[in-house]
Write a protein that binds this ligand. Structure first.
Ligand SMILES: [Zn+2]
Length: 300
């Protein structure tokens, strides 16, 4: 693709996502901007096509929040629900803090960014997809996915607070294809991934994140930031509550990469985003068996 085509693509992307050339220290849409985007992409180990697509947008937005010393709102101090919502009904979860989309301080999915199934029969999802959000907090994640016109059922914040953005009955645009979305449920566990963001967590009082090297599709990933233990406890409670509510097996896929059986719904219900597509590496560091072991005693 030549420079002028790339410039056109970036003008479209900037209108859609609300970024400006200033985010890359440039003042207009020109070849200098393309070079600057490419430099940013190389610095973040992204493919350097010079176009601000969805992945680059998320990275640059996170980078800006970090530079601006983003402070999440103090919305997590309040007592939360002890339920998740499926088909308009509340189902119990063995976790202290769940904040629903319509609670004070909730993070609702944006209208028009999911398939509204309120007039349809009860949806019966068969797959639960784990993602990491590659940004600083669930609040930042909600902003990014709403802006990108995507959606997610659940978010898990740095302190283990679970946000439900959307009734499980509705179809979230989370897994990358209509078939997977229609049959799935998604969670984004907050984790900014790059070790350069460690100082933000320490400054905000969350303490340092574990740093590890993981593997997906036979390739080494990292070293990168990993989840906090409290996030994994929250995830285990969420898996158990979801398995009880929608009545699916509480069991996991352990393939460390694309899994043909996952892509055709013949695998275990609890999977990672990387099981569905080669383009994704989340959540390469998640020990599925360890979370499962924690989740099993939490079912009703
Ligand atoms: Zn599988």
């Amino acid at each position: 693709m030549n420079y002028s085509k790339k410039i056109d693509r970036n003008i479209l992307s900037s209108k859609k996502n609300g970024w400006t050339p200033g985010w890359f220290d440039c003042d207009r849409f020109d070849s200098e901007l393309i070079d600057s985007i490419m430099a940013f992409q190389r610095e973040h180990s992204l493919s350097d096509d010079g176009i601000v697509g969805p992945i680059t947008y998320r990275r640059v937005k996170t980078h800006r929040l970090f530079e601006e010393d983003f402070i999440p709102k103090k919305r997590n101090k309040r007592r939360g629900e002890k339920h998740i919502v499926y088909g308009g009904n509340k189902f119990p979860i063995k976790w202290e803090k769940v904040i629903l989309w319509d609670d004070h301080g909730g993070l609702p999915a944006k209208e028009g960014c999911y398939y509204d199934w309120s007039k349809k029969p009860l949806r019966q999802p068969i797959q639960f997809v784990n993602h990491w959000d590659a940004t600083l907090s669930s609040e930042a994640c909600a902003r990014i996915i709403n802006k990108r016109r995507l959606s997610m059922h659940f978010l898990i914040d740095n302190d283990g607070t679970i946000y439900q953005m959307l009734d499980i009955q509705h179809v979230a645009w989370q897994a990358g294809s209509k078939l997977w979305n229609t049959n799935g449920i998604g969670v984004e566990i907050s984790n900014a991934f790059y070790t350069r963001y460690q100082s933000w967590y320490e400054k905000r009082g969350f303490g340092p994140r574990p740093v590890i090297t993981s593997e997906v599709n036979g390739r080494s990933v990292g070293p990168h930031l990993d989840f906090y233990p409290v996030q994994l406890d929250a995830l285990a409670a969420l898996w158990a509550a979801v398995a009880d509510a929608i009545v699916i097996d509480l069991d996991v896929c352990t393939t460390k990469g694309v899994c043909e059986k996952c892509t055709s719904f013949t695998c275990k219900p609890f999977i990672n985003h990387y099981n569905l597509t080669r383009n994704k590496i989340d959540c390469s560091s998640l020990d599925m068996q360890a979370v499962l072991k924690k989740a099993l005693p939490l079912t009703v």
